[in-house]
Design a protein around this ligand. Structure first.
Ligand code: GLA
Length: 397
């Protein structure tokens, strides 16, 4: 069981940085950190202008970064072998389908805002599992954006960093994601989750008083395929659904529609049941976020857990983003006596489940669910007990 991740070893990382990019005693790298995130409820609602309820987690990405004057952009990571050295001209294009596109997308956004750079040396080191739906990519984007903003005195606010990092992913990487991940990674606060309205960007931090309970993530370790195209399909289907709704209702976004309003316009979906199903998920999920936050604030974790289950069912049946391994993890979790709620989290199609459960039963959960999961799927799950954590920050200037 991964209770808490190993702390980063800054001295060792600084040595690695110097080995890769050369020692400059008068120009030591600055250090920044951005966490990953888990979404507790409110899935596939952000790009419809709906409600989400994520928190930042105690795993993230560290960036050691230094300006240089040789017009070279160097990127390395302790997690991947690949290292790239790119000229001013080369950073304008995508770099295969590598993780380096995340920092490149961020640099591109700064350039669009008139902030040019003479060169950067960047070493990343992360302990968010990749491809697990815990926003390792948003952590890379946000830590890069925050670092550049600091090193070049660009003067962006936290909210501007959120939008810049999202735009990097939308425009450069090509994933039409909503704003949730970059928001959670930037704005996280220890021991709190955040209720965000993705249309207005109004938000509030809500204390996560879980009493004797814990948040446990279970990683399917399923290879995610078709992830990006299926995700962009969902975005398009929700756009289509909004088009139908707007034939009858003057609504700025799908997220602004209630379940009851959707029912009144149901006949216009007669020839497009898929779009209707997607809209039904979104309207139901928004109501569930509201109810879940109320439940949490009334210390009714039982109700919170039930809403997580309803969210999962809707993501499986109406939104169709679950997978066999996710179903196996959720169904075995729900058989465990310590579990109040379990659901897929993030985009789906693999990745992680989030479980609200009794802290003193975590070991038997890992044992029982891990074994049953292996038997059913042949895959080995990983488990992480997470602590809600702070957002992006400077560690060393
Ligand atoms: C991914 C996206 C987010 C959000 C979730 C689903 O994590 O990056 O913007 O849409 O999927 O809730």
């Amino acid at each position: 069981m991964n209770h808490s991740p190993e702390p980063f070893d800054l001295r060792r990382l600084t040595r690695r940085f110097n080995e890769k990019f050369g020692t400059q005693p008068e120009n030591e790298p600055s250090v920044f950190h951005a966490p990953g995130r888990v979404n507790l409820i409110g899935e596939h609602t952000d790009y419809t202008g709906g409600l989400v309820f994520p928190c930042a987690i105690d795993r993230g990405n560290l960036l050691l970064i230094r300006r240089n004057d040789d017009n070279q952009f160097r990127f390395a990571s302790t997690n991947f072998d690949l290292m790239a050295q790119l000229s001013q001209h080369e950073i304008e294009q995508t770099y295969g389908d590598s993780w380096i596109n995340y920092p490149l997308g961020v640099i591109d956004q700064f350039r669009r805002r008139g902030i040019t750079m003479s060169g950067l040396d960047c070493l990343y080191s992360g302990n968010v599992p990749n491809g697990a739906g815990l926003s390792s990519s948003a952590a890379i984007e946000v830590v890069t954006a925050y670092a550049i903003n600091t090193l070049f005195d660009a003067g962006l606010t936290h909210m501007e960093i959120v939008k810049l990092a999202q735009a990097a992913e939308n425009d450069f990487v090509g994933m039409k994601c909503g704003v949730m991940d970059q928001f959670a990674v930037t704005m996280g606060q220890a021991n709190h989750a955040m209720m965000l309205n993705c249309e207005t960007l109004d938000y509030r931090h809500v204390p996560l008083n879980l009493g004797e309970n814990a948040i446990v993530l279970a990683n399917t370790n399923q290879r995610r395929e078709l992830n990006e195209s299926a995700y962009n399909d969902r975005v398009a289907e929700c756009g289509r659904a909004l088009g139908y709704v707007q034939q009858r209702i003057d609504a700025p976004s799908l997220g602004a529609i209630t379940e009851a309003q959707l029912e009144t316009v149901k006949p216009i979906f007669a020839d497009d049941h898929i779009a209707y199903q997607r809209a039904r998920h979104v309207t139901g999920e928004n109501a569930r976020v509201q109810a879940a936050v109320n439940a949490l604030e009334n210390d009714d974790l039982q109700a919170f857990g039930e809403l997580m289950q309803q969210s999962h069912a809707s993501l499986r049946d109406d939104f169709e983003v679950s997978s066999k391994p996710l179903e196996a993890l959720v169904s075995h979790a729900l058989k465990h006596p310590g579990v109040l709620g379990a659901r897929l989290t993030g985009a789906g199609f693999g990745g992680c489940t989030v479980n609200l459960m009794r802290r003193d039963m975590v070991d038997s959960f890992r044992e029982d669910v891990g074994n049953a999961y292996r038997e059913e799927t042949g895959l080995t799950a990983d488990f992480y007990v997470i602590t809600p954590s702070n957002g992006v920050e400077e560690i060393r200037s």
